[in-house]
Design a protein around this ligand. Structure first.
Ligand code: NAD
Length: 505
């Protein structure tokens, strides 16, 4: 049960100062559409510019701070996250509707990122290479770009910002963070913890607001790097807006149509569990959620029966009840979107196995709950529901005959984020590993379940090649070659002569 806490008074954080609270927009709990989580300011154009200026002003001092001292701020942040784990999980569950057990796991994931960043503070930061010239030492070193804009989605409102803020700050960048307008309270709480941990004024600035605030931030030429996670449509817009800026880097992690492939030699129960977890955890609202389970034809009838029976048993309800499997979808717009895809599946000739739709598990409450929609669809061209991201509890079971056909079905979408293959055969596993297009691959597991010390990203419409979490360092720094001559005269590589007719004057 919710502890009916007072609403959060939303503020912006600019140059270490909190602005006065405003109530331009409201964050409501999707579980009942009644509980006000908080009211928040929509940052003005002037406030966006101020936040970027504040980050720019804080950059030189932060960059010159020892990397190890920067890392130690993260040690303090880790202690605060440990202290507040339950409160953070509770706020997250109320605000975004994910089940409390998932919210707790997400806080722990954020903590792991912070611990990873602290730990890497003392790890090697570059490379020492040999030179053609014996007297020369050559190094590859990294430099921070400057100001990083961090624009994040609602579905991982704590861990995803930390995947981006952590590496950016450790490397000496300063940040302007704009959380999703659907989860501003948890975003604000995170920035309060950064301040409490002693990050200097201006290193982490907070802007609240909708896409227009995000767009103003992207348009600001004072931003060197945009770290974006969200939908493909917004990621594409950010890349287009950034194309005209000569020193702009965009790291974009976007949508997906991930899948589990169940081979003829699969362990059956493991395959059902993997499909269910991949399809319905977080009510199918993970970027890596499986919208498709691709099943060998010899198993499909038995698999469909077990999958449908299990899906029917899943309990969707109050996010604060740990016995529920999952909570609501994020808002009424998401309900409409998923229902329209359910209807489209029927129009496209699907055989419906579980007729999911709107449910009201909490008596007298209007929350945005959906039950699983499961259908069988044959592999054929032009079926939109098996190619487009639905982002809800909507799963297609698709039969295949050969491993080659399974790969063709898996790759037949514009996305390429995550895949899992369920097989006992090491040859088959290797075949799928090499032939499928993805950023994260799993064997005998669900296609969800990232760990922070691995890169997190995708290909095609899922990502532009700058993975998050441990992979982000390449996007938020640039590599420099640093060459030092220890000799007393100049000798050049490639045999280039240094003769100057008559010698130096
Ligand atoms: P969204 O794209 O609607 O919003 C993401 C963020 O972008 C929000 O903060 C939003 O305010 C901001 N935004 C919107 N328009 C903007 C603009 N024109 N310029 C700048 N910023 C703008 O995504 P969402 O609904 O919050 O999240 C769901 C999506 O995120 C799904 O597609 C999901 O697959 C994806 N996602 C991807 C990953 C990944 O790592 N690949 C992780 C989580 C979620």
């Amino acid at each position: 049960m919710s502890l009916m806490l007072p609403p959060v008074r939303g503020q912006l954080a600019i140059a270490g100062e909190w602005t006065s609270a405003r109530d331009d927009f409201t964050s409501l709990s999707p579980a009942n559409l009644a509980e006000v989580i908080g009211t928040f300011p929509n940052a003005t154009a002037g406030e966006v510019a101020d936040a970027v200026r504040a980050a720019r002003a804080a950059f030189p001092g932060w960059r010159r701070t020892s990397r190890i001292l920067r890392a130690e701020c993260f040690d303090r942040l880790a202690q605060l996250i440990k202290r507040d784990t339950d409160a953070l999980a509770h706020l997250m569950a109320r605000e975004c509707g994910k089940n409390i057990t998932e919210c707790r796991a997400e806080v722990v994931e954020g903590l792991h990122m912070v611990q990873y960043v602290f730990g890497t503070g003392r790890m090697p930061v570059g490379e020492v290479l040999a030179s053609e010239i014996a007297e020369k030492d050559v190094f590859v070193r990294r430099k921070p770009w400057g100001v990083v804009a961090v624009i994040t989605p609602w579905n991982f409102p704590f861990a995803v910002p930390l995947w981006m803020l952590g590496p950016s700050l450790l490397e000496g960048n300063t940040c302007v963070f704009k959380p999703s307008e659907d989860t501003p309270a948890i975003g604000q709480r995170l920035v309060e913890l950064f301040a409490e941990a002693g990050f200097p004024a201006g290193t982490v600035n907070l802007l609240h607001g909708d896409g227009s605030v995000g767009e103003a931030l992207v348009r600001d030429p004072g931003v060197n790097v945009v770290c974006f996670t969200g939908s493909y449509e917004v990621g594409k817009r950010i890349q287009e807006l950034s194309a005209g800026l000569h020193d702009r880097i965009v790291a974009a992690e976007m949508g997906s149509k991930s899948a589990v492939i169940v081979c003829e030699d699969a362990r059956f129960d493991l395959a059902v569990t993997a499909g269910i977890i991949s399809g319905f955890k977080t009510s199918g609202q993970r970027c890596v959620s499986a919208g498709r389970v691709i099943v060998h034809e010899s198993l499909i009838d038995r698999y469909a029966k077990a999958f449908a029976e299990t899906a029917r048993r899943l309990k969707f309800g109050d996010p604060l009840d740990p016995h529920n499997f999952a909570g609501p979808v994020i808002h009424e717009g998401a309900v409409e979107k998923v229902l329209s895809y359910n209807a489209l599946a029927k129009k496209e000739g699907a055989t419906v196995l579980v007729e999911g739709g709107e449910i009201h598990p909490v008596a007298g409450s209007k929350g945005c709950f959906l039950s699983p929609f499961v259908y069988r669809q044959e592999a054929k061209p032009d079926v939109r529901t098996v190619r487009e991201e639905v982002f809800g509890p909507h799963v297609a079971l698709i039969p295949f005959k050969t491993d080659e056909e399974a790969v063709r079905i898996y790759n037949d979408t514009d996305y390429g984020l995550s895949m899992a293959v369920i097989t006992e055969s090491y040859r088959r596993m290797r075949f799928f590993r090499d032939e499928c297009e993805y950023g994260m691959g799993y064997v005998n597991l669900p296609c969800i379940g990232a760990e922070v010390h691995l890169p997190f990203g995708g290909v095609k419409k899922s990502g532009n090649g700058h993975p998050s979490a441990a992979g982000l360092v390449d996007a938020v720094t640039h590599k420099t070659a640093w060459t030092v001559n220890h000799g007393t005269e100049i000798k050049m590589a490639q045999g280039l002569t240094t003769n100057i007719e008559g010698g130096p004057a």
